[in-house]
Design a binder for this molecule. Structure first.
Ligand code: SF4
Ligand code: SF4
Length: 375
């Protein structure tokens, strides 16, 4: 059985968030895991530099509260590390830290300044033989995973498991999309990554979450919740249920089930929670094709495969919104995006519908349209 602890938090008021962290870590017995020498890694979601109110990144109040909890108990060997979308170097990450509100007392002292990475072998039988991971991850004795609850254009949901994609350095992330272009293989890779990184504790920021076209361009939805667990898959199951969605239909949890990682039972403790109503709005890229109810359950999978071959989603640029920053081109694993005269162009040919471009566009100029493959 896996335990997930829920604590309702009405706002990012620093004292309220700290009280929630105290309840979570007390429930899990985190202090018993640590000694003053333990190198503790805090891994937030910093998709890109964005002000906290935008709901894209883990809120600084969560980081501050976790750091306070650790340091007040004598565990001050802490590093806050993340590899955002884009480059993984001092200059780029300084901009991300600033824009995301992390260069403030109580956090800035702990921000990562090591931008190297190491190769880590995986378990036998995995499809990925080794992962390149940022050095703060490989050097950590204890990992506290701090995801943000969001919808996601490729994986439907971004919570505990997906957050660990940010342990892969910089522009090696688009390369992983290129190597694992379809969702099924990509989410299997994510589970193998999760089993390689093995976070000790995951604490989910769902005080403000994101629905619709997440993880970068959706709408903020106030949900007033934090969840913690030692089992990241159990936490994702609980988070998906809270979103009003079905865990068994989430690609990464389906992969977890195939790999024997699905928790047998998820037991909730702490505050009582109910699924959101209405359920979270899904990204345009993963909305139902509309035939689910018309097709018998046993035929849905093959029908979906056929529909995907005929009709799939592609990114579309609104040229009036595009500012020509080039972030989409930088993050495109297929290198098919061209920025000319300060406007991005995206051909469908060669596109693997990973939506990294949409994820990284700072002005939400990229939407998703369905269209015939190759046209
Ligand atoms: S154009 Fe966008 S969706 Fe297509 S491969 Fe490039 S990043 Fe992925
Ligand atoms: S589409 Fe977005 S990310 Fe791409 S160049 Fe235009 S503004 Fe930048």
């Amino acid at each position: 059985m896996s335990f997930v602890n829920a604590v309702k938090v009405p706002s990012y008021d620093q004292e309220l968030v700290y009280a929630a962290v105290c309840r979570h870590f007390e429930a899990l017995g985190v202090a018993r895991d640590l000694s003053p020498d333990t190198r503790v890694l805090l891994k937030p979601n910093l998709l890109y530099g964005k002000k906290p109110e935008a709901g894209v990144t883990t809120n600084p109040a969560i980081l501050k509260a976790v750091i306070r909890w650790l340091t007040e108990r004598g565990f001050s060997n802490i590093v806050v590390a993340e590899s955002s979308g884009g480059l993984f170097n001092a200059e780029y990450m300084r901009g991300v830290y600033s824009a995301s509100g992390l260069r403030v007392p109580g956090i800035q002292e702990y921000l990562n300044r090591d931008f190297t990475y190491r190769s880590v072998p995986t378990r036998e039988g995995f499809t990925v033989r080794s992962f390149n991971l940022i050095t703060p991850v490989t050097g950590a004795g204890y990992i506290i995973n701090l995801p943000k609850l969001k919808t996601h254009a490729m994986t439907t949901v971004s919570a505990g498991v997906k957050n660990l994609f940010g342990t892969i350095p910089g522009l090696q992330k688009p390369d992983m999309h290129r190597r694992y272009p379809n969702t099924r293989d990509f989410v299997r890779m994510l589970c193998e990554l999760c089993e390689t990184v093995r976070p000790n504790v995951t604490l989910l920021d769902a005080v403000d979450s994101m629905e619709g076209n997440g993880p970068g361009g959706g709408t903020v939805r106030h949900t007033g919740l934090t969840l913690t667990s030692r089992d990241v898959y159990a936490l994702d199951v609980a988070a998906v249920r809270f979103m009003g969605l079905e865990p068994g239909e989430m690609p990464h949890l389906m992969a977890a089930r195939e790999m024997g990682l699905w928790p047998e039972r998820v037991e909730l403790s702490g505050d009582e929670i109910a699924p959101c109503s209405p359920a979270f709005r899904l990204p345009d890229a993963v909305k139902s094709t509309g035939f689910d109810d018309a097709v018998p359950r046993f035929l849905r999978k093959p029908a979906e495969l056929v529909m995907d071959r005929l009709l799939r989603s592609y990114p579309h640029v609104d040229r009036s919104k595009c500012v020509g920053c080039g972030r989409c081109a930088e993050s495109c694993p297929q290198k098919i995006i061209r920025v000319e005269n300060k406007k991005a162009g995206m051909p469908r040919r060669g596109c693997i519908s990973c939506f990294c471009c949409q994820e990284m566009c700072p002005v939400h100029a990229i939407s998703v349209k369905r269209g015939l493959r190759g046209l």
